[in-house]
Design a protein around this ligand. Sequence first.
Ligand code: PLP
Length: 445
Amino acid sequence: MRRSLERSNAQYRKASTRLPMGVSSNFRFWGEKETLYVDHGRGARLWDLDGNEYIDYRLAYGPNILGYADPRVDEAARKGIEVGGVFALSTELEYEVASRISSMVPAAEMVRFSNSGTEAVMAALRLARAYTGKDSHIIVEGGYHGLFDSVLWYSDIEQWDPEKGAPEVHADSAGVPQILKQLTHFTPLNDANHLEDVLRRHGGEIGAFLIEPIMGNCCAITAKRQYLLDARALCDKYNVIMIVDEVKTGFRVARGGVQELMGFKADLCTFAKAMGNGYPISAVAGRKDIMLQVANGVSHGGTYTCHSVALAAAAKTLEILDETPALATIARYGNDLNAGMSRVLRQRGIPHCFTGHGAMSGLFFADTAPGNYRDWLNSDYSFYDTMAPKLHDLGILCEPDSREPWFICEAHDRACLDQTLLAFEKAVDETLEQLHNSKAVQATA
Ligand code: PLP
């Protein structure tokens, strides 16, 4: 590591005496010497405690769609403070924000708010179970849907031996009750035959099919439109609720999210990240007859739901995304960035491709884009893993794990683009050299 992280390292040592792993979310721990502590963020940049400046492509895993401390949203949030917080009662603005969501997303006939993506998906699954009377659900391999027990399962692709059938399924955390495993089925993306097979065998128990058509936690691997249409028809045929998890894609890849982009309609959909430009708010939305289950015995709510600050921030963020060309600006930057990175890689003969959408895309070291998580194994992710820390040293903050897409915000500008591409070229050359040297060492050993 070339830059100094002296203060971040000292903060880690101090923080880990009170906060397990020194952080408040496991994903923020990058190692004793690598964990970053932020001083502040503005626009597309953030600064750590040591004063290192970064152009940020993580954007807190997506929420900051306009940029950090966006003055328009922060002004609205300050007005939200004046309202007074939470009351265990509702306010007028809730209807307005719900109406805005309904006008942007046709599937969102009715809307309920929560605070996080986890809560929204949890509510969607409960609604689906209540509506269908069926307790099991299907998750697409590689999908991440939050930190609650029903979805904290993963298909173990890294240890998978294709000769031995389907990948094993494991709990993604200690403490998840094993008994829940029997309620969770997995299917690979873009394989409607496999999905139909699962439904044919277990459709009588399955209440929900949970899908993120651009996999925001799996290298932005993308569903084909035909697959989504087939899945839609299969859900209808087997009386299964199609839940489209738009926690990352919502209000990012199009005004109407991935549903608009791909031209299909969910039964239920979930939104969070981009909705409030970083203020904690989320939503579950969908068909009126399903959503009205909350008036028919389905519990939904929470003390902090629709806090006046987060709600005011969401009202302003959605207004900007709906009424200005912000999303087109974001997509254009992402496409320009990918074209620039592609140029650098092509000049060096490095096979690669991009997945997803300009606003959130995955960089893949293989000639063709993976169609599902199983295909991810065929790419050279060691190249990405070697390159990412070099980019950090050069002031470009991407996720160290190649499965996390790069996120773009409206504040990424020409200066960010030029700086990123210069750094990228340098990081690629250094990575090539490092991998070449380590191969030479292995060959002589
Ligand atoms: N669903 C998806 C697709 C996500 O990407 C995430 C978080 O990254 C969640 C749900 C959970 O959201 P949260 O972290 O706000 O609970």
